[in-house]
Each structure stands twice: as C-alpha cells, then as structure tokens.
Design a protein around this ligand. Structure first.
Ligand SMILES: Cc1cc2nc3c(=O)[nH]c(=O)nc-3n(C[C@H](O)[C@H](O)[C@H](O)COP(=O)(O)OP(=O)(O)OC[C@H]3O[C@@H](n4cnc5c(N)ncnc54)[C@H](O)[C@@H]3O)c2cc1C
Length: 356
C-alpha cells in the first residue's frame, strides 16, 4: 500500500519535473516561430461590492469574481503572445497592462534558454460537479445562521480556500486535482464575529482554518485528508478596516484581514507607510503576516513583522488573549507575542493588530 503510494508520488513528481524542464530546453530549431496566441485583453470588471465595508478594498467575498482559481493574482492579468509572436500583458490594472513587450521573448530564450514552444495547458475551468460534497455539521450551521454572519458551502468558495501558493498546490489545481476541501467558508465582519465563530466551533467540535490572503507557501491551508469533522475556512478578508491612527505614537489599529496593498494605500493617504513589504503584499494579509512571522524587503530599515507589531488581539478556544497595554514592550513577564507570531494557524485566529 505504502509503496503504491510512493510510486504514484514519484510518477507525479517526475511528470511535474518534465513540465518544468520542458520550459528550459531550447528547441533544436531555435528559429522556429513562437506559437501565436490571439490577444484577448479584457477590460477589468469592477470589484463587486458585497456590502459597504468592501468600498475601496481589493478582495471581495467571492474571490472568484476577480482572481484566478488556479494561479497567482487577477484573472484578467497575464502574459500572452500575440499574432506577431510578441509578448503582451493583458488587463488594465498595472502600468504594464495592455503593453507589448517586444524583447521579452528574445530575453527569455537568450537569457534562460527557455523553450516557449513547450506548452502545458491547465485545466481551463473548475469542474464544480467533481468537488466532494461538504460534510456539514447541521447544529453548527443552524446556530451560525442565528448570528447573521455570512457563510457559503458552494464548491467554488471552498476550492479557493483549500490551498495556498506552494508549487505542488498550484500544480494540483492546474491538473484539476482537488483533494480534501473546507466544508464551509465563513466571513466574519469584526472581532466579535470571530469570537462567536470560535465559540460555536468549540461547542460543536468543528475545525477552523483561518484564511487571510491565501499566499501561504508552507501548506498550512491544506485540509488534512483524514479529517472527518466538518472543516470551516474562516476568511478574514472582510475584516479590512483601519480602526484608528495614532499620530503621536505612530501606530495604527488595524483589522487582521486587510491585504498589504490596501493597508499601504490607506496609510499613504494619511502620509504614512507600513514599512512591511513581503513580495506577496498585493494579496497577503496583516493576520497572515503575524501568523507566519513574515519578512519584507524593507526590513533592514523598518524591521520584520515582529518589530512592527505592538499589540495583537487573538481569539483562541480558551478565550481572547491580548496584552494589558499598548506599549511595544514590557519588562515584566513573558511576551505573549512570542508564541503568537509564527504560530501559523496553530492557535486559531488573530482578529485585530496594532502596528507601528
Ligand atoms: C509570490 C509570493 C511571494 C512571497 N513573498 C514573501 C516574502 O517576501 N516574505 C514572507 O515572509 N513571505 C512571503 N511569502 C509567503 C506568504 O505570502 C506569507 O507567509 C504571508 O505572510 C501569508 O499571508 P496570508 O494573508 O496570505 O496568509 P494565508 O496564506 O491566508 O495563511 C497563512 C497561515 O496563517 C494563518 N492565518 C492567516 N490569517 C490569520 C489570522 N488572522 N489569524 C490567525 N492565523 C491566520 C493561516 O491559517 C495559515 O496557517 C510569499 C508568497 C508568495 C506566493
């Protein structure tokens, strides 16, 4: 049994290596034309507002309305080769969008020896009917309804929260392989909603997986295949407000689901910045940064996330944990942030953070 599993793992690994390797082998005839793909640059669809709280925020509740289901980023933004074989970047979101990049093909081929003929098309659309039915905990669902907190057990919502961005996770999606999924997705709107959800989950023996931006590269968002209890993805994306900015102490009180690009833009409007820029900041969230002890490329000046956070309010199965003051450090007693930072979902959900 175990050796069967190993050999099928090896087969998958070999197949994926050949997919990657194919891109690195120059074709025998290096003058061969690049396959022209018709440019289908699309207009961006406005972010659908699920309610007033998403005003000016990037991530809607239904991420599938703007984002790729099997890759990084917005579904309207990607590279393709036009009829003349020139690279183009589609969409209208970035400075590069809609532009032709005439030398990109030669640069790829010349610098990396890339083989642009090698094509490995992904499964084009998500086949919702192939997705396993959710295991719902009926009493949990009934009590949740009475709180008014929005939730969904639609296949698309669940698939989007079933993975991060590890190479093997994205490969599996491109190959249309969908494993164990969360059975439900819940969108708390504030700290008190998180408290209610955690209390209900404890009461009814339901598993919770906090989900911020879904950019995890440590498999932390994967659902254990052997788990028989109902698994609920607690999507923090709608907890995306800056509650206050303290201009004297240069701190801000921010809900944990805000994504980096929104946090930075909103702080910039008041003349401030976070000083925290992981490469994933477009979509990764403040709560995710805390849970993964993230590091950004400006850390030599501003420090890593542990140097920027002064206060975390964390909801656990045993209640809410937070320091008793807003000061950055105390001499008395152990610093509870040391076991919260980097806990990667081990301790349930941080709902609010203050940062320098
Ligand atoms: C292209 C790319 C570039 C990257 N660059 C960097 C980089 O420069 N520096 C870096 O450090 N990392 C980087 N990463 C890794 C990743 O972006 C970080 O780990 C990031 O902090 C994850 O944040 P997230 O909001 O996407 O969290 P998710 O992926 O949604 O979740 C990650 C973990 O945190 C938990 N979690 C999320 N939100 C909460 C919450 N509110 N409360 C409790 N637990 C929570 C989840 O349960 C999970 O265990 C990169 C990843 C990609 C794909």
């Amino acid at each position: 049994m175990a050796s069967n599993r190993n050999s099928s793992r090896h087969q998958t690994a070999r197949h994926r290596l050949s997919v990657i390797a194919g891109h690195l082998q120059r074709p025998a005839d290096s003058n061969a034309a690049v396959l022209a793909v018709e440019c289908k640059a699309q207009e961006i669809r406005p972010t659908v507002k699920t309610d007033d709280r998403s005003e000016g925020r990037t991530v809607p509740r239904r991420r599938q309305e703007i984002m790729k289901w099997n890759g990084w980023g917005y579904s309207d933004s990607r590279f393709l080769f036009n009829k003349k074989g020139q690279a183009e970047f589609t969409g209208r979101r970035y400075r590069l969008s809609g532009m032709i990049i005439p030398n990109l093909k030669d640069w790829f081929e010349g610098t990396f020896g890339a083989n642009l003929q090698h094509k490995t098309p992904a499964t084009p659309i998500l086949n919702s009917s192939a997705v396993q039915r959710p295991t719902l905990n009926e009493v949990f669902v009934e009590e949740l309804k009475s709180t008014g907190i929005p939730f969904s057990h639609e296949a698309e919502d669940r698939v989007f929260r079933s993975h991060g961005h590890c190479l093997h996770e994205i490969f599996a999606l491109r190959e249309g392989k969908i494993g164990r999924l969360p059975d439900m997705v819940i969108w708390p709107n504030c700290h008190n909603d998180v408290v209610k959800i955690v209390e209900l989950a404890c009461k009814h023996n339901v598993c919770l997986i906090p989900y911020g931006g879904g950019t995890s590269v440590s498999s932390a968002l994967e659902c254990p295949p052997e788990e028989t209890r109902s698994i609920v993805s607690l999507d923090t994306s709608q907890m995306n407000r800056i509650l206050w900015i303290d201009e004297k102490n240069l701190t801000a009180h921010v809900e944990s689901g805000i994504v980096g690009q929104d946090l930075e833009r909103l702080l910039n409007e008041s003349g401030y910045c976070t000083g925290h820029e992981p490469d994933s900041m477009e979509f990764s969230s403040l709560g995710g940064w805390v849970a993964t002890r993230a590091s950004g490329m400006k850390k030599n000046i501003y420090g890593n996330i542990e140097d920027l956070v002064v206060h975390i309010k964390m909801v656990t199965p045993r209640g809410v944990i937070e320091k008793s003051c807003q000061g950055p450090r105390m001499s008395m007693g152990p610093d509870i942030h040391h076991f919260i930072l980097g806990s990667e979902g081990l301790l349930t959900s941080s709902s609010v953070s203050s940062t320098h």
